[in-house]
Ligand binder design. Structure first.
Ligand code: INI
Length: 155
């Protein structure tokens, strides 16, 4: 019999979750946060177990994620942001650093960190992914985080 390990979404309600959200493109990021909080609440996470940390832009997310992971105060972290392409290469630097930084922090710390950062070519694409026709990527990231918290607890 092969043993298969897979996380569930049936939280016992004990997970402590930090959300890191960016103020840059805040009209998108606020929708992502609403989605993430809704997903956590619907899976039994009480408001008292959720803390939101705001940073200026997506570039600042990895540093805060590292500090929060090192603090051992949270079982997992959801990172939210919206990096939208402009006329200059700035997008590429911000998008690359935030994705690399989050991945490295999660691997180094062992704390699950969900990547809820939109990287889109247009504002319309971001709106579609922040609670309209392509769903809400904040919601998706929060659910992914809960699954990973549960999976890691089964090792
Ligand atoms: N930050 C974002 O979160 N999204 C963007 O689209 C963005 N663009 O394109 O400029 C952005 N820039 C700011 C960056 O994250 C830092 O806050 C800034 O460079 C200061 O370190």
């Amino acid at each position: 019999m092969i043993k298969c390990f897979e996380g569930t979404l049936n939280q016992s309600g004990t997970a402590r979750v930090a959300i890191i959200n960016s103020r840059f493109n805040s009209f998108i990021c606020e929708r992502l946060q609403e989605g993430a909080v809704d997903a956590l609440q619907r899976h039994g996470i009480a408001d008292e177990q959720i803390a939101v940390y705001k940073v200026p832009g997506a570039f600042e997310i990895p540093l805060l994620a590292k500090k929060l992971a090192d603090s051992k105060k949270y079982d997992g972290i959801v990172c939210l942001g919206a990096v939208i392409r402009g006329d200059t290469p700035h997008f590429d630097y911000v998008a690359a650093e935030v994705s690399k930084g989050i991945a490295a922090t999660s691997i180094d710390s062992g704390v699950p960190i969900a990547f809820g950062i939109l990287t889109t070519n247009t504002i319309e694409q971001a709106i579609e992914r922040a609670g309209s026709k392509a769903g809400n990527k904040g919601w998706d990231a929060a659910v992914t985080l809960l699954e990973m918290i549960d999976l890691l607890s089964r090792i």
